[in-house]
Write a protein that binds this ligand. Sequence first.
Ligand SMILES: [Zn+2]
Length: 405
Amino acid sequence: MTGWTWTRSSPKAATDPPVPWTIVPFSANFAANNMWGCTMSTGFFFDEKCFWHAGGNYAFTLPIGGLVQPLNGAGLPETQETKRRLKNLMDVTGLSDDLDLRSAPEATREDLLRIHPASYLDAFKAMSDDKGGELGRNAPFANGGYEIAALSAGLAKAAVETVMTGDLQNAYALSRPPGHHCLPDKPNGFCLLANIAIAIEAAKAKRLAERVVVLDWDVHHGNGTEAIFYDRADVLTISLHQEGNYPLDTGGIEDRGRGAGLGFNVNLPLPAGTGHTGYLHAMDTIVLPQIAAFKPDVIIVACGFDAGAVDPLARMLATADTFRQMTLRVKAAAEQHCGGRLVLVHEGGYSEIYVPFCGHATLEALSGSHKSAPDPAAQAFAVRQPGPRFDAFIKAEIDYLASQL
Ligand SMILES: [Zn+2]
């Protein structure tokens, strides 16, 4: 439960004087509520089945075979463990108690068809009903993977819908498998369905939103989301990512959209080693002004935690506090420009140790909860941030990117 409620006792008789309004606290989480103490709160959409998604025969990102020996335990870096440990940490600190925990139905075939062609969905479903397999690149799935992917998209869809209807102030969807690399007809990079795009189109079909910002701070380029909305002026896509990471052939500053969509795609390829100061500089000098100029109805964050300092799939130096500060900034932007309507949808993040602390800080900021999980690596990562000369270089790179928009 969250917030405060306003109550007033009924006068015992018509002749009694009016009883003054009093404030009755039922939790410390005032920030997530509106001034009248209504039930506006932060939703957290998750489902145990999403933890059961399983990839295939990989040792990390290398297919097993030849000289690549199978690993004991996990194969692909995208496992349930990062997500499950985040939820576990939230349960242990009590943060979960301050959120509105929900699941959601699977996204329907009609929902999926707004983004994906029937030929892909049919092939995916058939392989899923059999033994599972691989239809794209680094995006394997097991038997039943289709339904789990549809559920993952359904969590994102429900999160957006409930925020747009005013049922929730803002929301987080712990979607798994992730979605931002998935192309309409081809799964890619652990992503089987384009969760955020499916959620946007579902909201549009119900006329719940017109103008949408997708801010992708996963450390990899959100190439799938970009491709889906590349010709569109109603969805502004912004991706902060490590330059030259994944995919290698997309994510350049020069890719600004096409036709009606020209100017509504913003890629910010950041140097490897970008840390806390650099990320916040990019937010303040480019991302927030872009959001302000666009005037969205809702902001959706493709929320990966793989810019974290010890992520095995990237070389950035973001910390839990970086994610906290970015969340506070985008939350303030949502409050300023779109009534606070903000949805974060989980993407990547592969450090089983660090993702839970980054996620916890993010959800603290999103909800305003005071249930904290102090970052046990804060000091270790603080002293390993870029020094003044490299920070100046990173800022200059970001300023160069800004000059190209
Ligand atoms: Zn990623």
